[in-house]
Ligand binder design. Structure first.
Ligand SMILES: [Zn+2]
Length: 348
């Protein structure tokens, strides 16, 4: 019986309300939460971060000096990253993806959802990279990868049309379907919504009506702001329309997208959101943690939840005098303040 007690200022429940608490963990689940009093030098305890959208395979083209449109760089089948991926031997791909898992762990991530290119072989490569890692992954394949992965990750209904029967097949198997939509313009969002996906990625240029549909149909949106800026699909804090998403009641999660030019590290993404989009810190923290719902139920700090917790030392960032711990956590703390990343052991 594996037991653990952590105490400090904990961001509790889905509201991420900071409370002085003592949290008991047994066999990978939170079994007790007791309120305590503030103590000198206390740690901050936050749910483990969940990166809701990655393409770790892009690491094979990491920081390649390149300029180009979104089509030239990342659109299948002939975008630069796809050409490089095609030419990369299997073992080199495994090594490149594995090299990112340590930094993800060290920056407080416990799980992620990856869109894996390269069919069944691509999915197998990520599974192999993950063998020695405690990280939890949802792997969405394509071109056959959906049969061996956890579901289907569609590049976009415009780039890959006529996916209806495949999507239905995947859904009948109880697997997940995620679709890139609205990254360049709103014209592929309705088609994506008509497939009844489990979530959409981007919605950078989705219309109000499309966002309302996402809210009404409870389809979460994964936004990737740094990727959007890098690829030139936005140059304004109005896109992605995060304030509108919030106003309409959309569920929004955070992802880092292409590992080719954005590190799969959520503290940087949260900080970027805080400064550029100026959303309330607790909401940003929700976006970086709530995607763990992709595993069935989210791992917020609640009794009965899977124990995925990060323990941070605010003193490492000089944040002991903070008047807003969630704000300071997002803007000031990062890997350097992370003391412990508690992750529930994966089932075999
Ligand atoms: Zn993507």
């Amino acid at each position: 019986m594996e037991e653990l007690i952590v105490s400090g200022l904990a961001f509790l429940g889905p509201d991420l309300e900071p409370r002085h608490a003592r949290i008991g963990v047994q066999n990978g689940r939170i079994i007790s939460i007791e309120e305590t009093v503030q103590k000198e030098g206390e740690r901050w305890i936050c749910p483990g971060l969940f990166n809701a959208h990655t393409h770790l395979g892009d690491a094979v083209a990491m920081d390649l000096p390149s300029q180009g449109t979104i089509e030239e760089l990342v659109t299948p089948p002939h975008g630069l990253k796809h050409r490089i991926l095609e030419a990369t031997p299997y073992e080199a791909l495994v090594r490149a993806m594995r090299s990112l898992l340590g930094p993800m762990l060290a920056s407080g991530t416990h799980g992620f959802c990856d869109f894996r290119e390269g069919g069944a072989g691509g999915v197998a490569a990520l599974r192999e990279a993950l063998l020695e890692s405690p990280l939890h992954a949802v792997i969405l394949g394509r071109n056959g990868g959906e049969t061996t992965g956890d579901g289907l990750g569609i590049a976009g209904t415009r780039d890959v049309p006529d996916q209806t029967s495949l999507v239905q097949e995947v859904q009948q198997q109880g697997k997940m379907v995620g679709i890139h939509a609205g990254e360049r313009d709103p014209y592929d969002v309705d088609d994506a919504l008509s497939l009844d996906p489990d979530f959409l990625v981007h919605c950078t240029h989705a219309t109000d009506a499309q966002l309302k549909k996402c809210a009404d149909q409870e389809i979460p949106i994964v936004v990737c702001p740094r990727s959007n800026w890098q690829l030139g699909v936005t140059d304004s804090s109005r896109f992605p329309p995060l304030r509108k998403m919030r106003e309409l009641g959309c569920t929004v999660f955070l992802g880092t997208d292409n590992a080719m030019f954005v590190p799969p590290e959520l503290f940087g993404e949260m900080s970027y959101l805080a400064y550029v989009y100026k959303l309330p810190p607790a909401e940003i923290l929700y976006m970086a943690t709530g995607g763990s719902a992709f595993f069935g139920s989210p791992s917020f700090i609640e009794i009965g939840a899977e124990a995925h917790l990060i323990v941070l030392d605010p003193a490492k960032a000089g944040a002991q005098t903070s008047r807003d711990p969630a704000g300071s956590l997002i803007k000031r703390l990062g890997s350097h303040a992370l003391e412990r990343n508690v992750i529930r052991a994966r089932h075999p």
